[in-house]
Design a protein around this ligand. Structure first.
Ligand SMILES: NC(=O)c1ccc[n+]([C@@H]2O[C@H](COP(=O)([O-])OP(=O)(O)OC[C@H]3O[C@@H](n4cnc5c(N)ncnc54)[C@H](O)[C@@H]3O)[C@@H](O)[C@H]2O)c1
Length: 256
């Protein structure tokens, strides 16, 4: 049954936004899609509204959030960028989205964080808990850790339900050996988003975004606690990446 909620999706023209849009029936009755790059026009009968603009624009966020139930915030730089850009868009934009969600009384906020917010934890300490302390491995990771802190603040101060997803590697298929451990399949991303939108009263929650990979390094506890049941396993792609290259020392895959 299609959920009745009206959803805002930021960064809707990007990879993850496109995955959600193509499975919209699983998570919402209708959606408002916002991106700095114009999302594709609505197909006939597709229950979406298109909004082009920035997550740093509070007036646009007012228009987009009014009368909706929840927001999935994906918009921003999905990798390293000059700090002024990361600071303005990833950190400042997340604050604007949270502030708009608060103003309009949205019942749920789901935010895309990243494994790079905790990327300098050593991989050997596993399974790494969903809520392990921030330890960014890049300025991009710092922007995600700061976004998590903003979510924690808004949840504590304004009693908002906010789920932050520490996403591993969400692509159609793993793209290298490391992703046999860190892959989040598109279908599992939709399942994780659905669980994050529906779990009762999460308060502030940090959850790993990773499929049921045989080689995963990360805990399953946070996902299980919100009802996320991943169904995919990167192992079916293992023959694409044969051999046993040295495993990365840090979970973010960065070397020093
Ligand atoms: N794909 C992954 O493996 C992965 C892993 C960890 C975290 N994430 C996070 O998930 C989110 C989505 O990632 P993705 O892979 O779809 O990246 P993507 O680059 O494909 O999509 C990001 C979208 O955000 C939009 N955007 C950029 N600046 C914006 C602004 N100021 N206002 C509105 N929209 C803006 C871009 O135009 C783009 O369409 C990002 O926050 C990323 O950091 C993704």
């Amino acid at each position: 049954m299609t959920p009745s909620r009206t959803l805002v999706i930021t960064g809707a023209a990007g990879r993850l936004g496109t995955y959600l849009r193509s499975s919209l029936d699983d998570i919402a009755a209708r959606a408002r899609l916002i991106d700095i790059v114009a999302p594709l026009e609505a197909a006939p009968g597709e229950p979406v509204e298109i909004h082009q603009g920035s997550v740093t624009d509070p007036d646009l966020l007012d228009v987009v959030c009014r009368g909706t139930d929840a927001v999935v915030h994906l918009g921003g730089f999905a990798g390293d960028a000059p700090w002024p850009d990361l600071s303005e868009v990833n950190v400042g934009g997340t604050r604007e989205v949270l502030e708009a969600a608060r103003r309009h009384g949205l019942r749920r906020v789901v935010v895309a964080s990243s494994n790079h917010a905790v990327g300098f934890h050593v991989r050997a300490c596993q399974p790494l808990a969903d809520d392990v302390a921030p330890l960014p491995d890049s300025l991009y990771g710092v922007s995600k850790a700061a976004s998590e802190a903003l979510c924690q603040f808004y949840s504590a101060k304004f009693s908002m339900d906010i789920v932050c997803l520490r996403i591993g590697s969400c692509f159609d298929a793993p793209q290298n050996h490391r992703m046999l451990s860190t892959w989040l399949s598109p279908a599992d991303f939709v399942r994780l988003t659905s669980a994050s939108l529906t779990t009762p009263h999460p308060g502030f929650r940090l959850v790993w975004g990773v499929s049921a990979n045989t080689r995963r390094w990360w805990s399953t506890a946070g996902g299980e606690a919100i009802g996320f049941r991943p169904e995919d396993n990167a192992e079916r792609f293992a023959e694409l990446y044969p051999g046993s290259p040295p495993e990365p020392e840090y979970v973010g895959g960065v070397t020093i």
